[in-house]
Design a protein around this ligand. Structure first.
Ligand code: FES
Length: 113
């Protein structure tokens, strides 16, 4: 199974909270652990959870499509190391770094007036 790791580089996570260094570190760790064949790292402009940033979303294609991917919040370099070892290598989400809220797979519906 291949996993996609999406690092938010939006205005809050990237510009204000420096997620650029997280994605650089993540790419180095993925290569160092030999995961480049089954882990894709990419950037997204905003994951919709700005107050909890920097945010990183991890999931396979099915999990992403179903909204069951794991959203990691308030990420640090040390947290990235934990996610690489426990989630990407070990296959277990690091629940201590998540808010456990489901990720919406579609935009919220407008409220009736
Ligand atoms: S800028 Fe990162 S979740 Fe919005």
């Amino acid at each position: 199974m291949s996993l996609t790791v999406i690092v938010c580089t939006g205005p809050v996570c990237g510009d204000r909270r420096g997620s650029g260094k997280l994605i650089e570190h993540l790419r180095v760790r993925v290569l160092a652990r030999g995961l480049e064949g089954r882990v894709v790292v990419r950037e997204e402009v905003c994951l919709g959870h700005c107050l909890r940033g920097p945010n990183i979303l991890v999931g396979d294609q099915v999990e992403e499509a179903s909204g069951r991917a794991v959203l990691y919040n308030h990420m640090t370099i040390e947290d990235v190391d934990r996610v690489v070892e426990r989630h990407l290598v070990g296959g277990m989400a690091v629940r201590a770094l998540t808010n456990l809220l489901p990720i919406p797979s579609s935009p919220p519906k407008p409220r009736p007036r």
